[in-house]
Design a protein around this ligand. Structure first.
Ligand SMILES: *Cc1c(COP(=O)(O)O)cnc(C)c1O
Length: 448
């Protein structure tokens, strides 16, 4: 059972701002009213909920309404909100100082914990966001190989660094186009964008450009196009091609790391592809436990290319921040307990199976998948289409139906990701009863 509620509910005697009032006020001083675009509910329409507090599996909005939270701050809150061990670690760290700009023992501890849990990594550098980590990993790959070109896959998100905000050009021989204004075409001219899970395109790209490729960056389970797994043959071939052509395989595990399994998605591919490991790994979200913290890591040799040892420059005023590292370390300690991921995966499967059965009973075409504490679901336009395998297939699913479902669930107190191209997250604080409440809400929503 969730812990008893302290009385944080806004008193009806106080003047309470509604979500709508806050949204209007926010839009006067913050572009779109938000500090990260997806929060504005543009994809699904309606008024974003302004969150006042969160505890366990729940969030409360400014109007005092409670939601079962399946976003978990987009992944970090794998233990649920306000986990006592994490709060205690953070409070202690705060009392010792907020930031020093000098090394601390806790950074070593966190680096040691990551290195111990991820066998492909010998050294890590800590940064403050996934964007920074992926951007730095690419710079490192380019510096270490002396090459400029890179491959990314359509629908994978690696943060908002210029070179990665790119969509496919008109053909394989052409390079990508920027997906954001303000990114000069020259900046993405070294980035080749391929379809996810498309072996033919992958082979052709390596045939044409293998000797110029610094790296291939991939989300192993793509959570930024809802939930799409890289197929095992695709990942295996990608590994072979990178090795043969001297390109580094960069696995962006910002979302999947410590969430789909203790060793990340790479450990899952390692179970089915003999000797599999990426060259470079990128982490974020869970390793910060809700504080700004991310990391990238690889072998000691490659990491020796980084300043101050080598010529690849990378730095950060708040990198390895003492409060963030305390939060991340306390989170990782809980996540590394025996059986943690088994229990999380079981709860997530219960949710997915419950949603599948609700959709089946309602006669609504529905596909869903999950791994560890991460899940995705789709409303295909036709029945029996199977799970989407790439971005085009995800975006061809029924958007209007997703949006109606999203709002029907929100009205019933279930907070899902407000866009059909985002994954969902279950935390260790979600109980069987929370899942049941969610499935009941889905039955009602799908019937409506
Ligand atoms: C969230 C995410 C990022 C970006 O991380 P930020 O901390 O938002 O900059 C990068 N890659 C993946 C796979 C992500 O899910």
């Amino acid at each position: 059972m969730p812990p008893p509620l302290k009385n944080h509910r806004p008193s009806p005697l106080l003047a309470v701002s509604t979500n709508q009032q806050l949204f209007e006020r926010a839009q006067r001083v913050i572009p779109g009213g938000v500090n990260s675009p997806v929060r504005a509910f543009r994809a699904v329409g309606g008024t974003p909920r302004f969150i006042a507090r969160a505890q366990g599996a729940y969030m409360w909005d400014a109007e005092g309404r409670r939601y079962v939270d399946y976003i978990g701050s987009w992944g970090p809150m794998i233990l649920g909100h306000g986990h006592p061990a994490v709060l205690e670690a953070v409070q202690r760290a705060v009392a010792d100082g907020l930031s020093f700009g000098a090394p601390t023992e806790r950074e070593i501890e966190l680096a040691e914990a990551i290195v111990a849990l991820v066998p492909s990594i010998e050294q890590v550098r800590l940064v403050s966001s996934g964007t920074e980590a992926a951007m730095s990993a690419i710079r490192l790959a380019r510096g270490a190989t002396g090459r400029s070109m890179l491959i990314k896959f359509e629908g994978c998100y690696h943060g908002h660094a210029d070179a990665l905000l790119v969509k496919a050009g008109s053909g394989l021989a052409t390079f990508g186009h920027p997906t954001s204004a303000g990114v000069p075409a020259e900046v993405v001219q070294h980035t080749l964008v391929l379809e996810y899970n498309n072996l033919t395109q992958l082979e052709a790209a390596f045939d044409a450009h293998g000797a110029q490729l610094a790296c291939v960056i991939i989300e192993p389970i793509a959570g930024n196009m809802n939930f799409v797994r890289a197929s095992v043959p695709f990942m295996q071939r990608l590994r072979e091609l990178c090795t043969r052509h001297g390109a580094l395989l960069v696995m962006d595990e910002v979302m999947t790391g410590f969430r789909v399994a203790l060793g990340g998605a790479q450990s899952l591919y390692g179970q089915v592809i003999p000797g599999f490991r990426p060259d470079v790994s990128v982490f974020g979200k869970v390793i910060g436990g809700g504080m700004p913290l991310a990391a990238f890591g690889t072998t000691r040799d490659i990491m020796a290319q980084l300043a101050p040892l080598g010529p690849v420059y990378q730095a950060g005023t708040l990198s390895g921040n003492p409060v963030a590292t305390a939060c991340g370390l306390a989170t990782l300690r809980e996540v590394a307990r025996p059986g943690f991921h088994d229990a999380l995966a079981k709860r997530t499967r219960e949710l997915v199976q419950g949603l599948q059965s609700a959709a089946r009973d309602a006669g609504v075409p529905f596909e869903a998948d999950c791994e560890g504490g991460m899940f995705g679901f789709f409303f295909p336009r036709e029945p029996d289409q199977g799970l989407p395998q790439n971005y085009g297939a995800v975006m061809a699913t029924d958007g209007p139906r997703f949006n109606r479902f999203f709002h029907a669930m929100l009205d019933r107190g279930v907070y899902l990701a407000p866009a059909l191209y985002e994954a969902g997250f279950v935390s260790a604080a979600h109980t069987e009863a929370d899942v049941q409440t969610t499935v009941d809400a889905a039955r009602a929503a799908l019937a409506a």
